[in-house]
Design a protein around this ligand. Structure first.
Ligand SMILES: NC(=O)c1ccc[n+]([C@@H]2O[C@H](COP(=O)([O-])OP(=O)(O)OC[C@H]3O[C@@H](n4cnc5c(N)ncnc54)[C@H](O)[C@@H]3O)[C@@H](O)[C@H]2O)c1
Length: 329
């Protein structure tokens, strides 16, 4: 009898252990099926990307407003956002006046001012981020956009130096990420670098290329991740040499600019261009290359750093490498 009782106890323990193991396997199978289903839905979603009609722009400073104006003049409507309401208002007036000069229908109706970041995603099929060149800030913006936008909305950064893969950890659906890098002034340099993140889908990449063509710009297709993309990489090498020649007192800024102008036939030299872009932007871009390579030769010279610390930021502050009578508003 005792033996039978023990055997029954033993078998009932085995029964419960087996039942437990089967339930775990079942949960795992159900989860796998669910994940496969979700993946299918997501991939289907990406295969059925919506036609781009509305574009959200985050950051309405020097670049954001130019990008908005250029896109709006091709008939796209814009959701325009900036964390600084004054900047946003100025950007609106800049865009609307320029659209009026171009005789574009309903300039006011083309641009919708947005006061809360989450709302920039409303009805937008593409969002372009153009906030300052600060990786942590961009990561935070993308984290918020990931939450507020539809899963088929393409999210792009206009960063001058950061590959979108630096930002992608903040986004759950990484297939929809792009670098879309504009070159100002856009009407004189109608070309845009397009680069993918580590998981960007072919559909998103191809749609990006077609969209660039739709706004009459040339897509500079970057085939493999590269900091600085196509032209900026070339431009970085030029700038670095010029700044080191100036800081090492080998030649004056006027001489270097003149050499460039005569040789290339361009209207402006590298120092004039850096003043126009803003020396804070130029400096932080150079620092990004330095951080990437770790090569001391890439480190911006102290004289350049000092100018930025002293607020000599170029055209926008009235003094940079050159002095200006009028500040850029
Ligand atoms: N300046 C250039 O020539 C140039 C060229 C190509 C790409 N870029 C890139 O474009 C981006 C913007 O550069 P920019 O020259 O227009 O800078 P900018 O300083 O003129 O404009 C940035 C704008 O972002 C706003 N902003 C700051 N924090 C914000 C936030 N949390 N949310 C929303 N808006 C915020 C600021 O108020 C400002 O108006 C940078 O990543 C830069 O590398 C610049």
């Amino acid at each position: 009898m005792k033996l039978l009782k023990r055997l029954r106890n033993f078998l009932s323990k085995i029964y419960f252990i087996l039942k437990y193991l089967i339930s775990i396997v079942n949960i795992h199978i159900k989860e796998t099926i669910l994940h496969d289903k979700l993946d299918n839905i997501e991939n289907k979603g990406l295969n059925m990307l919506n036609q781009i009609k509305k574009v959200g722009i985050v950051g309405s400073g020097f670049m954001g407003r130019q990008i908005a104006l250029w896109i709006a003049s091709f008939g796209y409507s814009i959701n325009l956002y900036d964390s600084n309401p004054e900047v946003l208002k100025k950007a609106e007036s800049f865009i609307v006046k320029a659209l009026q000069r171009k005789n574009i229908d309903d300039p006011q109706g083309k641009v919708q001012l947005i006061s809360v970041l989450d709302n920039v995603a409303t009805n937008a099929e593409l969002i372009i981020e153009a906030v300052p060149e600060d990786l942590d800030l961009k990561i935070e913006i993308f984290r918020q956009l990931d939450r507020s936008s539809s899963s088929t909305t393409i999210l792009a950064t206009n960063s001058s130096s950061f590959p979108v893969s630096y930002i992608e950890d903040s986004v759950i659906k990484k297939q929809r990420l792009l670098n879309l890098h504009f070159y100002p002034p856009i009407h004189e340099r109608p070309m845009i670098d397009i680069m993918r993140g580590s998981e960007t889908s072919d559909e998103v990449f191809n749609q990006g290329i077609e969209w660039i063509k739709s706004i009459e710009c040339y897509p500079l297709v970057v085939k493999k991740e590269l900091m600085g993309f196509v032209f900026n990489r070339i431009w970085h090498t030029v700038k670095k040499e010029c700044i080191h020649m100036w800081a090492g007192e080998y030649a004056d800024i006027e001489t270097i600019d003149k050499a460039w102008q005569i040789f290339t036939g361009m209207k402006m030299g590298p120092f004039q261009m850096m003043d126009g872009i803003g020396l804070d932007v130029a400096y932080s871009v150079e620092m990004s290359y330095y951080r990437e390579s770790g090569d001391p030769k890439d480190k911006p010279p102290k004289a350049f750093e000092d100018m930025v610390k002293n607020g000599e930021l170029g055209l926008k502050t009235g003094k940079g490498f050159y002095e200006y009578r009028r500040r850029l508003k």
